[in-house]
Design a protein around this ligand. Structure first.
Ligand SMILES: Nc1ncnc2c1ncn2[C@@H]1O[C@H](COP(=O)(O)OP(=O)(O)OP(=O)(O)O)[C@@H](O)[C@H]1O
Ligand SMILES: [Mg+2]
Length: 451
């Protein structure tokens, strides 16, 4: 056989052999999900799609996308950016890696996007390393007990529902009741080494408001802010949540006490709903696909305190739409959190700010972090509020005759001072000792509990 014939045979064999399928072609796009003929990839891996800057066919650009599923032998991808300038049949290249985020101590004081790129006009972050945005679960035996108090500087929390280092707490409220303000307040005053703030699905203006008004310069000085606004793709918004946890883990692994704040987990759930439905998951309650309820506990498990040192305490704001506390995300979160702070529209409208409804709020670890004296104080404060609130209408109408109920007489006498003590401007901070002294002074020195 002549040489040319041999070459032809090799060529034919080569053409039929699936080589390391690093490339595929774009076959379809429905506005959310790309269908492609390849490459040979796994879920979660990244790919690059060839495109052109719209209107400039000679200047090429590539768009990153993530493999989110498979259908009828085809690969499903979701792009991180707009696909303008990408044509049918565009080449898709496998990058053979999952999404990682750069990590560095120089991130402190900066505002970054989901990929760790600066949004504040400052210099690029010089990475000390990269971390996969997803992390393997923590071995339960490596976890330390949650028995050290985390001072937040917020009197209503530290005094009446103290939280522990490594605890995961939800802040539940309808829109505009003060979630972001409370988060900013804690970021400014909390006794933690580093604060990681993830703002997910907010409008651009809200991010600026939070940065300048709620967090302020002093808060930003020890914070890393990671932002994915509502105009970014759903996938980017979900990634920002994972990336913020990865950054928090980087600081925790250096033995630091980290406070991670996520505003809001509801917007994360909504973004994940978009991703899940787009790849064909079935909708369940309120249209949320199962992946949402599968992911929430996984995300929350990334918090905690390690025996080796370092902790991630996490505060997740939960938007309860139409003030419906049984909304599926709120309901699910309440079951997996170690505590919840409920903000009440009623209290906010009465000017009682922060509008923490202490009778509906719980910290499951109060018993572990509060000493006996504080536990008595907590019971007394709650009993006074409960007694007063039950008869509030009667008292407000002037229909209550003093002397008819001694417990109510006492509650009426101390309620104004107690409320004044719980009221707090965002810029104001109190140490735990001051808080306890103020509350004791407000509710009286005799600490017996009346029920
Ligand atoms: N402790 C406080 N002291 C003074 N003002 C407060 C306090 N808490 C909240 N506010 C005011 O209440 C308003 C709403 O607060 P905020 O934006 O924090 O609510 P939100 O629950 O985050 O709203 P959204 O659902 O829109 O995100 C703001 O104008 C804020 O200034
Ligand atoms: Mg807000």
């Amino acid at each position: 056989m002549n040489r040319l014939g041999t070459l032809e045979r090799y060529r034919a064999t080569l053409e039929q052999t699936p080589l390391a399928q690093d490339f595929g072609r774009l076959l379809g796009f429905n506005g959310l999900v790309i269908e492609a003929s390849g490459p040979d990839v796994k879920i979660g891996e990244l790919c690059e799609i060839d495109g052109h800057d719209a209107g400039q066919s000679d200047s090429s650009k590539s768009i990153s996308a993530e493999v989110v599923g498979f259908r009828d032998g085809r690969v499903l991808l979701m792009p991180f950016a707009n696909l303008r300038g990408v044509s049918a049949g565009a080449r898709i290249r496998a990058l053979r890696r999952t999404l990682r985020v750069p990590v560095s101590r120089s991130m402190i004081g900066r505002v970054l996007d989901a990929f760790g790129e600066p949004l504040d006009g400052g210099p690029a972050i010089t990475p000390e390393g990269y971390r996969d945005i997803q992390s393997p679960p923590i071995n339960p035996l490596c976890r330390a007990p949650l028995d050290q108090v985390l001072e937040t500087g917020v009197r209503a929390i530290d005094g009446v529902m103290p939280i522990a280092k490594g605890q995961r707490v939800g802040v539940f409220a309808g829109s505009g009741v003060g979630k972001s303000t409370l988060l900013g307040m804690m970021a400014r005053h909390v006794h933690a080494d580093v604060i990681v703030v993830a703002m997910i699905g907010e409008r651009g203006r809200e991010v600026g408001d939070f940065l300048h008004e709620s967090l302020g310069e002093e808060g930003l000085k020890r914070s890393v802010m990671m932002v994915a606004t509502s105009d970014q793709s759903a996938l980017v918004r979900t990634h920002a949540v994972h990336a913020a946890h990865a950054v928090a883990e980087f600081f925790r692994d250096q033995g630091l006490d980290v406070l991670l704040m996520l505003d809001s987990i509801t917007r994360f759930a909504m973004a994940q709903r978009e991703v899940g439905l787009a790849v064909g998951e079935p909708p369940t309650s309120r249209g949320y696909p199962p992946s949402v309820f599968n992911l929430l506990p996984q995300i929350l498990e990334r918090g905690g305190r390690l025996r080796a040192g370092g902790s991630i305490s996490a505060i997740y704001s939960v938007l309860v739409e139409g003030d419906d506390m049984n909304e599926p995300v709120a309901d699910h979160m309440r079951a997996i959190l170690d505590g919840h702070v409920v903000l009440s529209r009623d209290l906010a409208s009465r000017g009682q700010l922060p509008a923490i409804d202490l009778l509906s709020s719980v910290s499951r670890l109060t018993g572990r972090v509060a000493d006996e004296r504080q536990q008595l104080l907590v019971q007394r404060v709650k009993s006074i509020i409960s007694t007063y609130e039950t008869s509030r209408d009667l008292v407000d109408m002037g229909a209550y005759q003093a002397g008819a109920n001694p417990a109510l007489d006492e509650a009426i006498a101390v309620y104004p001072a107690l409320i004044e003590c719980l009221r707090q401007r965002p810029s104001q901070s109190s140490s735990l000792q001051e808080t306890i002294a103020m509350l004791e002074a407000a509710v009286g020195s005799h600490m017996q509990v009346r029920v």
